[in-house]
Design a protein around this ligand. Sequence first.
Ligand code: GDP
Length: 169
Amino acid sequence: KKSSLSEVKVAVIGAPGVGKTALSVRFLTKRYIGEYDHQSEGRYKHEVLIDNEPILYEILDTCPKSAADLPSLEIVHWADGLLFVYSITNRESFTYLKRIGSLISDSDIPIYIVANKCDMVHLREVSTEEGAILARDFECGFSEVTAAEQFLQLYFQLRFIETTNETER
Ligand code: GDP
């Protein structure tokens, strides 16, 4: 059973090192912290006021062991929305998301793709265009971002989830 509008579960999914924890910490604390111990999955709760209505976010920061370690179906079933993350400086992290396509192909779960580390354009391996094409395939939103330099609350708010829930009511 999916949660109601006032509670939103978001799983943050992507290859190791793309910045999932950096983005999650940004969302939770508005800060960018360069390094932290990140050997295990993290779960966080965070309340955000949207249009004066408190929404409780439950964030699951997944922690794949390698680029071959895809998220479990259990995670997809748990979540109300998926925040897909790759790094523009790492092509393998982009193909990681492509491979997840099959995992979610018969689910209509809302997704948003963020292409992180856009402050490192000099090391770019994935073009903006490719990201936009992937988002078209997944029928989801897409933005290039940087956890290092931006406040990223919007992407976690996953506005499309609210829209989805509203049309269901
Ligand atoms: P995770 O394994 O996906 O959770 O990735 P982390 O959040 O641990 O980040 C991996 C590394 O990338 C760390 O050294 C971060 O400091 C760095 N990093 C994360 N986001 C950014 C970003 O937007 N720009 C830059 N330049 N580095 C970042």
